[in-house]
Ligand binder design. Structure first.
Ligand SMILES: [Zn+2]
Length: 122
């Protein structure tokens, strides 16, 4: 496993977003296989939420923020700005993520999430 984080190649953007979109309930653990390495290990995290609450195209959001999507297996990742879905609050409160761990690459974020997952989901 490479220790270097790499962006999703342009040619794989659609396959990458489809894998996340098709994973059902919003969760840190994404059930789809990674489109790049064909292994399980996709993760997502929303953070750095800045209100206000917003409704857009019939969906409710906590506000603007940032997303991280990564594969724990091949260390491919995406990071950017987004609207954070309201349903994320059901998952997020028990996550031990400090804002200072939210760097561009999901290095520390991924380590914190894996440590949390090893303890078992609540
Ligand atoms: Zn992968």
């Amino acid at each position: 496993m490479s220790a270097e984080w790499q962006s999703v190649p342009t040619s794989m953007w659609k396959a990458w977003s489809d894998a996340f979109d098709q994973s059902g309930n919003l969760s840190v653990e994404v059930l789809s296989l990674c489109p790049l390495c064909n292994q399980k290990g996709l993760r997502r995290y929303y953070g750095a939420t800045k209100g206000p609450f917003i409704s857009w195209k019939g969906k409710d959001y906590l506000g603007k923020g940032s997303f991280w999507e990564w594969c724990n297996h091949c260390h491919t990742y995406e990071h950017g700005s987004c609207l954070i879905p309201v349903s994320w609050v059901d998952c997020a409160p028990s996550l031990p993520i400090k804002e200072h761990n939210l760097t561009h690459t999901p290095n520390r974020l991924a380590a914190a999430i894996e440590a949390w997952l090893e303890q078992g989901l609540p």
